[in-house]
Design a binder for this molecule. Structure first.
Ligand SMILES: *Cc1c(COP(=O)(O)O)cnc(C)c1O
Length: 464
């Protein structure tokens, strides 16, 4: 047999620590602001919503944070995840590039999201929390958290956007199988939901409304907390086990360090997960690994947005976060990669982009599905529509390597499978997907609606 396709590690090689890139960043991320006073908020402001250990991780400057044994034990149900050399894809593209991918679709819910759902549920359990609330759009985050809560006997309440609840029943059933209660949002469980239903009983709902409902329950019940699946510093940190394993696996395969690391980008968690351990090598050992986020052309906050303070949610309830954003009221086109339809990016990835330490490119949804189908034919796994954006970036880089005749090493994060996303593939095959790129007028109009403080004004305030 020729060089192995699949590069695996033993259970004992599951990382013992998460990597906190803040420790190595030349410019630290700026603090979140209270939306009312526009003053920096301290950890105590988050206490009604999150357990203290997660709040401390959110503001931690420690380079490595130990993973509790109980969490590593549950990680061992699917970790270390396999890495594959995509030899069939290389052959199909006739490229001299070597393509490797890390596959996170082997987790119980089929994506990288349980990597953070499990520690989040664990710390809540340790602090006596009995119920966790969250929102979900298409259902990937809701199913990861439902699984994690079932591991620690915590009740899980998921507010699922009404239209997904009706149109995508399988994710809902999966959550229910793990014991979660799933409510179509808006619901009559909350004041926020009740008010909106009174105005418009037939509303399809939105992620913003679902967040409002989940936060309201957590804020008004002592035994309940809230949980988020992306964007926040502690969420990104939990995902760094992906990249740490990948470094060991490339070493084991006798491969070079990658020239490029690609990952799809919604709020930044799976991108951070695979890329931050490689960025550590850039920041501390002078390596030059290009880490590039693949975002959709229909929600291009990294490539066309502004670096500005903005709300994390669409309603305007969360703290203000320094982020690349298209404005929190921006509503992306209804492309099928639901996990990438977010207006902003986390504070850490935004600072890294502003400092030129990471890159980004935007991919149209047609190019992304074309890439995903090629990948599935070559490698067998049908990628999640989100992951297709990274596959498209990989194919671009591999074709460039062919033109240049250079043998680049490329790594990407196949962050989830698409087995529950067949409707999206059906629409693609039926020719129903259209190219979608925002016009400059649309970008200008979205960005002009932002009325929150600029990054420069907050820097001046902090110094003065
Ligand atoms: C949630 C999700 C994303 C987007 O979120 P990130 O925080 O940017 O990773 C991308 N892909 C999949 C499969 C997801 O479930």
């Amino acid at each position: 047999m020729s060089e192995s396709r699949k590069i695996t590690l033993n259970e004992s090689e599951i990382p013992t620590h998460w990597y906190n890139i803040v420790a190595d960043m030349p410019n630290k991320p700026l603090p979140p602001l209270n939306p009312g006073t526009q003053e920096p908020i301290g950890p105590e402001a988050l206490a009604p919503l999150f357990p203290m250990e997660l709040i401390m991780q959110e503001v931690s400057q420690d380079q490595m944070v130990e993973i509790p044994d109980e969490v590593r034990d549950i990680y061992a149900m699917w970790r270390p995840t396999p890495m594959f050399r995509a030899r069939n894809l290389e052959k199909m593209l006739d490229t001299p590039a070597k393509i490797y991918y890390k596959y996170e679709g082997v987790s119980p819910s089929g994506s990288h999201k349980p990597n953070t759902a499990v520690p989040q549920a664990y710390y809540n359990m340790k602090e006596g929390v009995k119920r966790i609330t969250t929102e979900t759009g298409a259902g990937q985050w809701g199913s990861a958290l439902s699984f994690a809560c079932s591991m620690f006997d915590i009740d899980c309440e998921v507010y699922m956007v009404r239209i997904s609840y009706d149109q995508k029943p399988y994710r809902k059933m999966m959550m229910q199988t793990w014991g979660a209660e799933v409510f179509p949002s808006p619901s009559e469980k909350t004041q926020a939901g009740t008010q909106i239903l009174a105005q418009d009983p037939d509303t399809p709902g939105s992620l913003g409304i679902a967040i409002s409902e989940a936060v309201e329950i957590a804020a008004t019940n002592d035994d309940a907390k809230y949980s988020l699946g992306s964007v926040l510093n502690h969420v990104l940190m939990h995902q760094t086990i992906i990249g740490q394993e990948a470094i060991k696996q490339l070493e084991k395969a006798g491969a070079d360090l990658p020239d490029y690391v690609f990952a799809p980008f919604g709020g930044g968690s799976n991108f951070a997960g695979i890329s931050f351990p490689f960025l550590k090598l850039n920041l501390t050992e002078g390596k030059n690994i290009q880490c590039i986020a693949s975002e959709p052309t229909s929600a291009p906050k990294l490539t066309r947005g502004v670096f500005r303070y903005d709300f994390g949610d669409t309603v305007g309830m969360t703290p203000l976060i320094p982020m690349y954003t298209l404005g929190h009221t921006f509503v992306p086109a209804k492309i099928h990669a639901g996990g990438l339809r977010y207006h902003g990016a986390g504070a850490i990835v935004s600072q890294l982009l502003a400092d030129g330490l990471i890159g980004a490119e935007a991919i149209d949804q047609l190019e992304s599905f074309e890439a995903g189908v090629k990948f599935a034919k070559a490698e067998g796994i049908v990628p999640a529509p989100e992951a297709n954006h990274a596959v498209a970036s990989v194919i671009r880089a591999a074709e460039q390597a062919k033109i240049e005749g250079t043998s680049k090493t490329i790594l990407f994060n196949l962050c989830g499978h698409g087995n529950f996303d067949m409707l999206a593939y059906q629409d693609y095959f039926a020719g129903n997907l259209k190219r979608h790129e925002m016009s400059q007028e649309e970008v200008d109009s979205a960005v002009s609606k932002i009325d929150t403080p600029t990054v420069e004004s907050v820097k001046e305030m902090l110094m003065g």
